[in-house]
Each structure stands twice: as C-alpha cells, then as structure tokens.
Design a protein around this ligand. Sequence first.
Ligand code: G6P
Length: 609
Amino acid sequence: MCGIAGYVGKKNAVEVVFDQLKRLEYRGYDSAGIAFPQNGGIGVLKRAGKLVNLESVLGQAPSDARYAIAHSRWATHGAPTDENAHPHFDEHEDVAVIHNGIIENYLELKEDLEKRGHVFRSQTDTEVAAHVIGHEYADGGPLEEAVRRAVKQFRGAYALVVISRREPGKIVAVRNASPLVIGLGKGENMLASDIPALLPYTREVLVMEENSIATLTDDTVAVTDGDGRELPFHPQHIDWDLASAERGGYEHFLLKEIHEQPHVIRQCQAGRFNEDGSVHLEGVFSEHVWMEIDRVNIIACGTAFHAGLMGKTLFEQMLRLPTDVYYSSEFRYGDPVLSPKSLAIFISQSGETADTLAALRLCKSKRIRTLGIVNVLGSSIARECDRTLYTQAGPEISVASTKAYTAQVIVLTLLAMYIAQIQEMPGVRLQDWAKALSNLSGLADEALKTECEVLEIAEKVQDMKLAFFLGRGADANLALEGALKLKEIAYVPTQESPAGEMKHGPLALVEPGVVAFFGATDPSVSDKIVSNIREVQARGGTVVAFTTEDETIVPRASDYVLRVPTSGEEFLSSLLTIIPMQLMAYHVARLRGCEIDQPRNLAKSVTVE
Ligand code: G6P
C-alpha cells in the first residue's frame, strides 16, 4: 500500500527511483511523485493517476541529481489529485516527505500547526507529517534528529522518507509498522517498500526494524533506535532470480504467476521431505508442543484467508483437530476465546498486512503460540511469529494473489502431514499424501492446458451480469477464492456460497445472464451438485463446471466443463481447480478490457486498517 523508493549514489537518481517505482506500482497507483535537489532547493514533480502521467513530465527533472525519493500512492486521506500526491513539503520547503501508512492524530497536529500560521495545500496526513518534521528541523538539525523528535508526536503506522535542502546527499527514513528495506551498494545506497524494486541494483538488503531510523548517504548507512542509539545491522543476501520479479514475456504478471504454479508447487516442497519420505519442517516447534496443541486458529485476510479455510478442512479431516478461521480485522477486535494450548497460524503473502500483524501481536500479548506462513522474507509477520514457515513462492507482483494461494495451501498440507506424523494419527496414509504431493506439480502443468478451453468459455460468458461460485466441502472453499479472483480483476459481481446454501436465498438472483461456476471434484456429492446445477438451469442460468477427468455425471449436466487431472488425494484435485478458475478470471478480465495487474481501488499489501 503505497510504494516508496529512494536512491543516493553516482547514477542519475531520478532515473533510478523512477525505475524502482515502476517495480512497486502494484502497491498503489492513484498518483505518483518524485523529489530531487534542484537549484539549491528541492524540486518536486507529481501527477494524479498512473506512473505514465509522471513519466510524461519526467524530462523536467535534472539528469545530474545524485539523490532522489519517489512515491506511488494508494489514497487514504484525500482524493487522488495532483495536490494530494506525494512528496509533500513543510512550511518553508526545507524538507520533502513521502509516506506509506496513516498518521492517525494528523487532525490534532494540523489544528495545532494552523494556529501557528501553517498553511496546508493538500488534504493529506503526510503533509501534516512534513510540517511537523519541518517545524522540528527549524529548531536545529541534523535531519535525523528532527525526524526523531517529530515521530515521537505521531500515532499510527508509517514509513516516512525525508530529504532536506540543507543537507544534500542525505536520505532519512523511519519505519513504524509499514515496511521499508534498505539496499546496500558500492558508492550508492537505496531503499524501497519491497525487495523486488532493489534487485536490479543490489542483492544485499537490510530489512528495517520497527521504530528504527536510517540515515543513508552514498557511502554510509547508519541505523538508530527511537532514542538515537546505534543499532547493529545484519544485511541479508537475496538470491531471487531477477527474472522472477519481471514479466518474462507474459502480457501480465498475473498470467505469469498463474503459469508459475507447477514450479511453485515444487519449490514450496523443496527441502521439506526426508529421504524416507517423512515430512521435515525446519525450525517449527518441538514434538511435545505438537502433542499438546488442542485447537488451531488460523488468522488472515483476503486470499490468505481462503487458504486458511483449506487448512481448516484439512486439519479437521486429517487430524480431527478443531480449527477456526478468522478474518484478521474481526479477530483483533473480537475478543476471541483462546485456549492456552492453542496454536495461532498467521497466513500472509506480504507478511505486512496491518490487521494480521495486529492480530499476531494480540496473540503474543496473550502468550498464545504463533506460527507464520509467509512469502516475503524478513517481513514483519515472519519476524514476529514464534516460528515461520516460508511459502518459497518467489515474488508475487500482481495485486490479485494466485501462486501465493497455492503455496499457502501446500504448506498447510505439509504442516498437517507433519502433525499427523508426530501424533502418529491412525488411518492417515502419509505415504499416499507424499506421493500425491510429489505428483502435483505435473498435474498442475496439465491443469494449465485447460487455458484454450477457458478462453473459449470466457468469450461466451464475458458479459455475465452476475457470477455464482458454488461447491461442497473443499470445493466450497475454492469457490470463494474463484469468486474473489473474478470480482477483483474483472469487476464481475459475484455471489459465492456452499452449493447447498443456494436455495436459502441466493437462488432468488438466478435468471438469464447469470453464470454459475461449480467446483465439483468430490464424487461422493456429485449427485447433489447435479441437482444444484439443474436448479440454476431451470431458472435460465448458465453452468460452468470445474471438475476432474474421472467425473462422469457432472459434465453431462453442465453447459460447459473444465476438467483437471485427478490427484490421488481428493483434497489436491480440488486445489487444482483453482488454476482454471484463475485463468477464467484472467481471460474474462482481459476480454472486458480491465487493468489486470492493478485492479481499481485495490493494493497488494494493505498496511492500513
Ligand atoms: C490484499 C491483496 C490480496 C491479499 C490480501 C492479504 O487485499 O490484494 O491479494 O490476499 O491483501 O494480503 P497478505 O499479504 O496478508 O496475504
């Protein structure tokens, strides 16, 4: 949510930060802006709308600027206009500030400053932050000390990056609950909200700690805590392949990420099996802890929440372990009943989602054991959980999550198998599960081959006025995720529910022009699904079924059919249907001319409440 970039070194800084911003545009695209040194002061260029609007005026920036900061905005306070775009100046244009997050007490601060004669040009909380910093700076530098004094007055979540006309060649950054990563180079240093923006320039990164302040020049980086004490730092080497953070010939990141899933399925299992076929999960709790756990709470948002529902199905069916799944935003304010022997699992692609992070901190304050299932290395949730399992899916750039979902479900499957192994659960055929998982990548490749048929069906149904997503058991979980994809990228209104619930209300919405997508991979309920299909068709609705190659009766009843291969484990056959569902959302969105990688109003990493 909001992309931040900064660079100081020998290169054309405007060019570098703009390139970094392009790699971060998935974090926000309501407006973009850039600040750089110019004629002894600070020059700013900013434009509402996407980066191309900023690019069209970038020629006005000097090519010899050796430091610059840049921002792409996901609007919270104030409409997406030129005036509200970052960077913002303080009263005397001494400092320019970019910001990701929300300063919750900005109105109080603003009123106070207005009484002192400050005039504001935007409706943003960021401009207020800039004025507070400028005010502190007027009392004396250096810049990092002024920032330290200013942030003591802020409540909320923020990553702030500041430059000053009085201290050329210096960038100051502060992090509180919004991510910031520093990239260390030779004769150059930089920072960004996310690692992919830094990869073309350096592989040595330092994830900023909570409440730390960093000062960057071309050859120094100093990190201090809120009281000015120097903090030791331990850079990490990032070995992600740069290509995995680029589009690699695909028209959109989303399509690329859908197609990466066979590889991701292999990747997230890599190193997680012993030679004897047993599951090996590095760094999780010791065996006696797993014996003691009496309940699991899974907490997550969006697609990660849907992965959590798959976890519930698995934990209850395989382990008979009671499992609840909560939206993070509900959990954190819901005063949940938590057993001291329970385990709280936090699922997050970004590892930075504000509500999930707050729910995690709540569990920690109640001394509940916490386990993260996270994609982004070194992210807040990954660091703050007692234990973390990485999904190893590589960078996910498109706002709508695809490969991260599949990886999250695979990690939950490995975890369930691991617990079953320790608890010696009778009746769990672990070897069969291991075999099914090892075959899954190949089956995912086959599932991708449905793309031509998906496209043909998408052409027929693209004008649907409403899409139902229905299923039973694990397929009902998949239906929720299939619906979310279509809604978020193709803007098709959706109605999702377990198929059996349809007659308790949603059926009233079925009429010609409605398309019902059915997940139907469980043969034990095929006849029930066929009845539901008939109920839709009788009212003029069109039916598309996602089923397995072995299914016989559902295809005969449906208007269109997409078949995935049958896995040895039904749960995994069900999981495979997410691939044609994702492809359906993609192709419908493309046919409807939607902005696929950057859907309106959404952002990849939601670091505000
Ligand atoms: C946003 C993204 C979704 C994502 C959700 C949770 O809404 O657009 O794709 O599923 O946040 O994000 P997380 O990073 O915690 O998985």
